[in-house]
Design a protein around this ligand. Structure first.
Ligand SMILES: Cc1cc2nc3c(=O)[nH]c(=O)nc-3n(C[C@H](O)[C@H](O)[C@H](O)COP(=O)(O)OP(=O)(O)OC[C@H]3O[C@@H](n4cnc5c(N)ncnc54)[C@H](O)[C@@H]3O)c2cc1C
Length: 436
């Protein structure tokens, strides 16, 4: 029996072509509607498998563009898409919006904060990651992480509020924005803040206020973009400094307060706003599920993406330490999570058809980071073909349009990105939230 007839047979036997409103069971439960979870659910549904997709948010968020939302270059609807829109008309996928509080990987049940319990034959855990503050005193209380749409709105609102306060004279000092972490997120955020200071604040406020604003980037390593080639690292640092970012390298952060960032060598950088891009750890759900944790709290999965010792449980994307056929660790990237989602679906179909699972074959598309307008680094493909400048900038735009989910979102991005880059307009409204 092939995959399609197998799946149809399963649907026929369950007597359900779609989920009823009270259905708490399915063939597969997917926890997390990020890159990995959405892709897995879509692939399974296409083959007739009934999926329950559970996420705490009613939307799928697009992390690569969060720094643009945080600097008000894009609106929330350009960096998030409703899950119900992604799966509209897809009767095999039931979206449940709820906080998952417990997973029993042996019974294959999932519990939600409102007391719901859901069960399935297979579990796919794709709950992503969260900021890792590495116990740095004051970092969690006073720093702004950047992992979710809420984080981006909090950071953007604080930045706009700080500018308004400075403009009306609530304080007449200098406005320092300190970004901690020199990886792609930190570099992109620091670059976007510097561009805002250079091109936006003089127009929207005054050149005098722009003269009082400063962007900093701090990392304990001796260079930015540590995973990249030396030429990319040098290019990114040179361009950040050219744009006015003060780069502090080779020294860690020992404390973050409301007014400053203290470095391990005693240097104090005044900070009105501190952005924490210093690292990630797996979702706390992994520990709650009692799954074996490896580096970063993530699950060391087998090459076929299953959890050793837990039949029918898959962990994907940022929640997992995934390896390729040679045993090399795979990166925490959107395209890797997407491909893992597709592969897990394929292996679940194999399980259901009684065929052997296959080890995940990752197609390495390389690394990229945006530094500023017309300025980016890209190392394309497994062979790391190096690009910098406008060509890399265009490659970054192209790759991220492809990663975006849905034609409408791609179209919106194609219109709003270039116009935002050219005009430096900031026309989006951020509604401030009460920070949790
Ligand atoms: C700021 C930033 C910039 C990035 N830039 C790039 C880039 O330029 N290119 C690139 O390829 N990659 C980039 N990445 C990495 C990429 O976004 C991640 O690797 C990818 O999102 C991982 O996908 P995922 O599906 O594993 O997790 P996520 O996309 O994080 O999805 C996890 C989902 O699980 C849900 N969830 C978590 N816990 C619970 C719970 N308890 N109950 C219910 N739901 C829950 C969350 O709401 C979320 O929807 C970036 C990441 C960040 C943070």
């Amino acid at each position: 029996m092939d995959e399609n007839s197998m799946a149809k047979d399963s649907a026929d036997r369950s007597g359900a072509d779609s989920h009823g409103p009270d259905s708490h069971s399915a063939d597969v439960i997917v926890v997390g509607g990020g890159f990995a979870g959405v892709t897995a659910a879509r692939e399974l549904a296409r083959k007739g498998v009934r999926v329950l997709l559970i996420d705490r948010n009613p939307y799928h968020q697009f992390q690569p563009l969060l720094y643009q939302a945080a600097t008000v270059q894009l609106g929330v609807s350009e960096v998030a898409r409703p899950l119900r829109d992604i799966f509209r008309g897809e009767r095999k996928v039931r979206v449940v919006v709820a906080e998952v509080t417990g997973v029993d990987p042996r019974a294959k049940t999932v519990t939600t904060a409102d007391g719901g319990t859901y069960s399935a034959g297979h579990l796919v855990i794709a709950a992503g990651a969260e900021a890792n503050f590495f116990n740095t005193p004051g970092a969690e209380e006073n720093g702004f992480p950047l992992y979710s749409v809420e984080d981006a709105v909090d950071l953007g609102s604080a930045f706009v509020a700080a500018l308004d306060e400075a403009d009306r004279g609530a304080y007449d000092g200098e406005l320092h924005v300190v970004v901690i972490g020199g990886g792609p997120t930190g570099v992109e955020t620091a670059g976007a803040v510097a561009e805002t200071i250079k091109y936006v604040i003089p127009d929207y406020f005054s050149p005098e206020l722009a003269g009082r604003c400063h962007a900093h980037l701090v990392d304990m390593l001796p260079n930015v973009l540590n995973a990249f080639a030396d030429r990319s690292k040098e290019y990114a640092q040179r361009n950040l400094e050219r744009m006015g970012v003060q780069v502090h390298l080779g020294v860690g952060v020992s404390e973050v307060t409301r007014e400053k960032v203290v470095l391990a060598d005693g240097t104090e950088i005044p900070a009105r706003i501190t952005v924490w891009a210093g690292g990630l750890k797996a979702s706390p759900l992994i520990a709650a599920a009692g799954l074996p944790q490896g580096r970063g709290g993530r699950v060391d999965v087998d090459p076929d993406l299953t959890v050793p010792g837990f039949e029918g449980v898959y962990v994907l994307g940022d929640a997992a330490n995934m390896t390729d056929a040679r045993g090399d660790r795979l990166p925490q990237l959107g395209s890797c999570a997407q491909q893992a989602g597709k592969w897990a679906a394929r292996n679940i179909l194999a399980d259901r058809a009684g065929r052997p699972r296959e080890p995940f074959k990752y197609v390495d598309k390389g690394y990229m980071a945006m530094v500023g307008r017309g300025s980016a680094v890209a190392e394309i493909g497994r062979k790391r073909m190096l690009m910098t400048g406008p060509l890399a900038f265009l490659a970054w735009l192209g790759v991220h349009v492809v990663l975006l989910s849905g034609g409408l979102q791609k179209l919106r991005a194609l219109v709003s990105w270039p116009s935002g880059f050219i005009s430096h307009r900031r026309s989006y409204v951020l509604l401030p939230r009460e920070r949790s």
